[in-house]
Design a protein around this ligand. Sequence first.
Ligand code: PLP
Length: 380
Amino acid sequence: EFQPAGRLNGIALSEIVQISERAAELRRQGVDVIALSTGEPDFPTPAHVVEAAHQAALAGQTRYTATAGTPNLRAAVAGQAGVGTEQVMISTGAKQVLANAFLATLNPGDEVIMAAPFWTSYADMVRLAGGVAVVLTCDAAQAFKLTPAQLEQAITPRTRWLLLNSPSNPTGAIYSEAELLALADVLSRHPHVWVISDEIYQHLSYVPFTPFAQAMPKLADRVLTVNGVSKAFSMTGWRIGWAIGPLPLIKAMTAVQGQVTSGTCSVAQAAALAAVTGPQGLLADRLVELRSRRDMMVDGLNAAGLECPVPDGAFYVFPKCPEKMPSDPEFCRYLLDKAGVAVVPGRAFGMPGHLRLSFAYGLESLQQGLVRITRAVEAL
Ligand code: PLP
């Protein structure tokens, strides 16, 4: 009988994937399902980016690249961040950056502090690497953000990382510069705690955004910034993300990557280079579009009776589940089966009693989705 390794104990298929699969199954049966469940922009990858990949492939850039990434892409990312090229490594999506970081640094039992709600993969990634996820609940009353007092209390001698995500998936919360400084102040008293700042939604900010490393240059020798092209440039399938951090850490992460993937796809790196160095105007255009979708969703959900705060960034809303419903997974199941709308329960993000809806979909789907949700809530 097949026995998975012990490190897989309690680690299941992501709830988001499960819902998407159920929605796909219903569609196969002929049911008209509106999916507001996945975290990827509906915009196409920009044409000049696709063209760059095409040209790179034709020019023979089809071999293994250096493990830490192509020199051009590393230099372009480093230049924008104001660091040396050696401090940048390119990975297979922001996701592999995080996996590399945890595998390269966590000894069994080492703790990683994270605020809930958090992106679904964080806690399981930490566990897979042998660490312990220390989850601090940060509810709507504190705008879903970690406070300095919570951080101070959670730090132990085993704490290795504070994992921050701003703008946040699933709440869109953005830490202001003052809030980052207050957290950094706590960290300055605990030199053994390092910071991962996942800024993958940086370019999807509706209020001013401050990168952690910029807010607190004094901590630069223990900050790892995670970013990439997936969300900003609609390049989720190209799988390019990067790490920016202190040299010894980047070297350790490169050693991990060298044994796991040998480095990421050559053609996709050429495409990412075009995205990073090419025209940036499309980011602002798309942000305008996303902001109007956001406003429509927030208004529509509040009108339907689902209490929904306005997110400052990313493309998700995180409303409360209706009180008449016993639990968020049951409400999501009801929405999918009875109303044909797929959304993700807050439980998947470590915060039950909420739902996550993505508004990175066309207006028509969003409007239809709102009509269906409104009717479904009325029918409760
Ligand atoms: N970090 C956060 C907060 C995300 O929401 C996601 C994707 O959903 C990722 C990282 C992973 O990004 P990538 O697709 O580049 O691996």
